[in-house]
Ligand binder design. Structure first.
Ligand SMILES: [Zn+2]
Length: 251
């Protein structure tokens, strides 16, 4: 399990360890610099599912030692908020692209993994569920991420204490970790189904020239899915193009 550890200065580290290291252990390393401020930290945040958030109530050792100016911290906070907003968008598109790829799969490929635990969430989200996005608890981490980013921006704009701004940013980062977890699970499930042999049940006409039942069922299900997406529907075109592109790359 990956842990997100955050400090009041806005710095963070993602740790593999079951128990988070106390801040005193995060010492300066002469060869690596402050390792928790590595160049890859942002990248790691954007790609790692974190399930636990440990929030320290003091600044990191680096900031405690250097006493970074408030104006620099404000600049960092603004960058962090922008980055969280763009990660929200990319995770939304990732979800929708997985949906598009799911819809492009052949019926036989989905059927083969109908009872597969790893694909349960994908079937539920992209085929079975009729709950609208706004009412589906599945999207809670996304909504939290978006709301916390807005909250952080409001705090920053109103001149609130920077530790308070970073507290919202850190909570948003924790929500992001949960979003990435489900986004990855869905993409992996679609990857798995895409590997199953395609029996061509989707071809729109059967031998007698009539539309196949599978084709009609798939169209209805796709339509229902996109209507469920409400405010995300406007990204359908981008997601479907990405989904088709994905298929081409694989061939
Ligand atoms: Zn710091």
């Amino acid at each position: 399990m990956q842990h997100l550890c955050t400090w009041t200065c806005g710095h963070f580290v993602i740790l593999q360890a079951a128990a988070c290291l106390p801040t005193s252990v995060l010492q300066h390393d002469a060869t690596e610099g402050f390792w928790f401020l590595s160049d890859t930290a942002e990248e790691e945040l954007a790609n790692t599912a974190t399930e636990r958030h440990v929030a320290f109530t003091e600044p990191c050792d680096n900031c405690a030692a250097t006493q970074e100016r408030a104006s620099v911290q404000r600049w960092r906070a603004q960058e962090d908020i922008r980055s969280l907003e763009s990660l929200y968008i990319s995770c939304k598109l990732s979800y929708l692209t997985s949906a598009g790829r799911y819809q492009l799969l052949d019926f036989s490929q989905k059927a083969r993994h109908a009872n597969d635990a790893a694909c349960k969430s994908a079937h539920k989200q992209f085929w079975i569920s009729s709950t609208s996005r706004g009412e589906d608890g599945f999207f809670t981490p996304w909504d939290m991420l978006a709301e916390l980013a807005i909250e952080a921006q409001d705090l920053l704009d109103s001149g609130a204490d920077l530790a308070e701004v970073f507290a919202s940013i850190n909570e948003a980062r924790a929500a992001l970790g949960k979003v990435i977890k489900v986004v990855n699970e869905l993409a992996d499930a679609v990857d798995l189904m895409a590997q199953a042999p395609d029996r061509g049940t989707h071809s729109s006409k059967d031998a007698s020239g009539l539309r196949t039942r599978e084709h009609m069922a798939n169209n209805l299900s796709s339509e229902a899915f996109w209507m469920r997406m409400e405010d995300w529907l406007k990204d359908a075109g981008t997601a479907m193009l990405a989904a088709m592109e994905y298929g081409r790359e694989r061939k």
